[in-house]
Every structure is written in structure tokens, then in C-alpha cells.
Ligand binder design. Structure first.
Ligand SMILES: Cc1cc2nc3c(=O)[nH]c(=O)nc-3n(C[C@H](O)[C@H](O)[C@H](O)COP(=O)(O)OP(=O)(O)OC[C@H]3O[C@@H](n4cnc5c(N)ncnc54)[C@H](O)[C@@H]3O)c2cc1C
Length: 356
């Protein structure tokens, strides 16, 4: 797997970053469960009792088996949060912005079970970035296969259990097809598959002369004072992403982006980091309207991946709307295909999916 350095969470509940904010010290992969938020100067965010309750709640969540999480009543995540018995300032100042970031869902309409899975994964210390960018994972998977197995840049125009039609190479015959596209493309190729609603995501990248923050922290805006939901000096976590001689700050806007994206994001980042952003160079702004399939309750975490013998479908729209969900559905579909072909899989299927 790619190197996956951990990052921590810092939130600024309605005050300039220079005057405070909270840092969630949290273990790396396989490390201790997440800690509790602290003021940027080291003082705890909220009272000592709030801290203890949040720490205990996260530790309890980290230790709860996934099966038990999935047996809990299912509500919209925002409503379930309010019923967790934690102080409102902890929920509003920390958990709500954190969950919005993990789920790409600013309204927290996501199923509380999916939200619990996301928080569970976070509390167990699995917040990370793939070294070299999001492409690293599929590239590593492809590299493990014999040369020439994977062809990219080929557009599929039709599929059936025994053939694939492509725009570039015409028709290819086969013993089975596993369709691994996004939900909309899957439904276009296999009419009848459900197209979910989506959460839009916009990511804005800036090249910055000096790091505006010393530590590798994910900065959350708990007060929603601008369009940025969360931001990080990404090159502190993965230096390979930085432009030469500068650092890379990547910021995420959830929901529909404002018309004057660069100006409003820049102004918001100045407030969040407590530093002028006029000299920051805008490298790119990527808007994906259908970025993340929505998971309102009731959410089926295991949509069927076997449509008929020889025809399978996988992707984040079959499990949870995350990389893990997509990978897990891929494994389920591969197992179904192997079973139909009478081949025993080399790896056992894991019992249940995780999220985030
Ligand atoms: C901006 C953004 C940020 C995100 N952040 C996170 C995050 O922090 N954590 C997380 O877990 N998830 C995150 N996600 C979600 C995550 O990226 C997706 O859940 C995951 O990539 C889904 O994988 P997939 O294989 O199902 O689909 P995709 O990654 O969408 O891959 C589908 C592939 O199918 C190809 N395709 C489509 N149609 C055709 C066709 N006709 N012919 C040939 N190929 C076709 C596409 O080109 C694409 O390569 C984020 C998504 C976005 C957009």
C-alpha cells in the first residue's frame, strides 16, 4: 500500500486561528485512538469535563465492533449527533465539522450508521493521504498485474455478460464483465441501476511561499465563516505534492461553490490560517458536481454486485461512498465472479465494510 502518514485535526470555532482553535492529537495508522482537541496554545478546547467526555466517546467508538455500530438505529447523522449526550459546543465546534469533512456532506443528511463508520475509522487513527496523490493506489494495483493487462484511455460504450464495446477498439468478447465505473456511468451502461443523489466537492490548490501552519494539521472551520470546509498544508504530510521551493495548501469547498471562488476562498483562508494570502498562487480549482454518492438513511451498505452470471458491478455506489467502500465492493464483485467461474479466491472476504 502507499505510505499513509497520519494527519491531525485542528478546528477554529468562530475565532481567528491566531487566537486559538483546536488540535486533535491523533495516532498514526495502528496507533492509539484519537485524542481530544486542544487550543493552538496547548490549552484544551472546552472544559476539562468536555474533554474527558469527548475522549471517552471517541475511545468507546474506536473499541466498538463494526457489527454493533451497524445495529444502531439509523437516523440522519446531524440528528443522531445531537442525541449522543455530548455538550453542544463539542458537537458544533468539533464533531459536526469533522464529520462534514469525512463525509463531504455539509448538511449531515448521511445515514448515522455511515457516519459512525467514518468516525470509528477516524478514532482508530486511520486518517491519511496516499503518497504521490490519489492515482497512486490504482497505479500500484495495476503494477501488480502482468504487463499489458490494464489498458487505460479506452471508453466503453456498451457491456453485456460476454462482450464489451469500446469507442477505440470496437468489440471485445470475454467470459465475464465487471463494471467498475461511477454510479452515473454504470446506470448509462446498465439501464436499471439506480443513480443516487450526489454531494458536490470543489478542491482548490495554492502554492505558498512559506508554510502558514507548522504542523501537518487538517484545519476545520467550525463556524462556517466562508466557503472552505477544511484545509491543510498537504505538503507537510506528503512532500512529493509540493511545487519546487514552495508548499502546497489544498482546501475543500463542500456544496455548491460560490461564483467568486478564488476571492472568497482566499479571504477565508487568510482568516483560518491568520496570515495574508495575497501572494498565494492559485494552481488549480477542481469542481466535481457528482463527487460523492449521497448516503441518506436507510443506506444499504451491501448493494448487490452480481447482476447475473458473468455480469458484475462495483464502485462506491455499491457500499459506502469512500475509497474503502469502492475497494470493498470490488472485492465482493471479484469473489462473485470467481465463484461463478469455479475458482477459489486467494484472499478471504472481510466480514464488513469500513468507511472514510
Ligand atoms: C474531490 C473528491 C474528494 C474525495 N475525497 C475522499 C476522501 O477524502 N476519502 C474517501 O474515502 N473518498 C473520497 N472521495 C470519494 C472517492 O474518491 C470515491 O468514493 C472513489 O474514488 C470511488 O471509486 P470508484 O472506483 O467507485 O469510482 P471512480 O474513482 O469514480 O472510478 C471510476 C472510473 O470509471 C471510469 N469510467 C467511467 N465511465 C467509463 C466508460 N464509459 N468507459 C471507461 N471508463 C469509464 C472513470 O474514468 C473512472 O476512472 C472523494 C471524491 C472526490 C471527487
Amino acid at each position: 500500500t502507499p505510505r499513509t502518514p497520519s494527519i491531525s485535526v485542528r478546528c477554529c470555532p468562530g475565532r481567528p486561528a491566531t487566537r486559538g482553535g483546536g488540535t486533535l492529537a491523533h495516532g498514526g495508522p495502528g496507533g492509539e485512538p484519537g485524542g481530544v482537541p486542544h487550543d493552538a496554545r496547548g490549552a484544551p478546547l472546552g472544559s476539562a469535563l468536555d474533554q474527558a467526555r469527548l475522549g471517552a466517546a471517541l475511545a468507546r467508538l474506536a473499541a466498538t465492533p463494526v457489527r454493533r455500530l451497524l445495529a444502531r438505529p439509523e437516523l440522519p447523522a446531524g440528528r443522531a449527533l445531537a442525541a449522543r449526550g455530548l455538550p453542544q459546543r463539542t458537537v458544533e465546534g468539533f464533531l459536526r465539522p469533522l464529520l462534514s469533512a469525512l463525509l463531504c456532506d455539509p448538511g449531515l443528511t448521511t445515514s448515522s450508521r455511515c457516519a459512525d463508520l467514518a468516525l470509528h475509522a477516524f478514532a482508530r487513527g486511520r486518517l491519511c493521504l496516499p503518497e504521490g496523490g490519489a492515482d497512486a493506489l490504482p497505479e500500484l494495483l495495476a503494477a501488480a498485474l502482468p504487463p499489458g493487462t490494464v489498458r487505460t484511455g479506452v471508453r466503453v460504450t456498451a457491456v453485456a455478460a460476454d462482450r464489451v464495446t469500446t469507442a477505440e477498439h470496437g468489440e471485445l468478447t470475454c467470459r465475464g464483465v465487471l463494471l467498475a465505473t461511477d454510479a452515473r456511468a454504470a446506470a448509462e451502461l446498465l439501464p436499471g441501476l439506480r443513480v443516487p443523489a450526489f454531494h458536490p466537492v470543489t478542491v482548490v490548490h495554492h502554492a505558498v511561499p512559506e508554510p502558514p501552519l507548522a504542523e501537518p494539521a487538517l484545519l476545520l472551520d467550525a463556524d462556517r465563516r466562508g466557503p472552505v470546509a477544511h484545509t491543510a498544508v498537504v505538503s507537510h504530510v506528503d512532500p512529493t505534492r509540493a511545487p519546487a521551493g514552495r508548499v502546497l495548501v489544498s482546501s475543500t469547498v463542500l456544496g455548491p461553490p460560490p461564483d467568486d471562488l478564488d476571492r472568497t476562498v482566499r479571504a477565508h483562508l487568510a482568516a483560518l490560517y491568520g496570515t495574508p494570502t495575497d501572494r498565494w498562487e492559485l494552481l488549480a480549482a477542481h469542481h466535481t458536481r457528482e463527487a460523492v454518492p449521497a448516503m441518506p438513511p436507510p443506506h444499504d451498505l451491501r448493494r448487490p454486485v452480481r447482476l447475473l452470471s458473468g455480469l458484475y458491478v462495483c464502485g462506491d455506489h455499491r457500499d459506502t461512498s469512500t475509497v474503502q467502500g469502492a475497494l470493498h465492493s470490488g472485492r465482493r464483485a471479484a469473489h462473485a465472479a470467481l465463484a461463478d467461474l469455479g475458482v477459489a479466491p486467494a484472499l478471504k472476504e472481510s466480514p464488513l465494510p469500513t468507511a472514510a
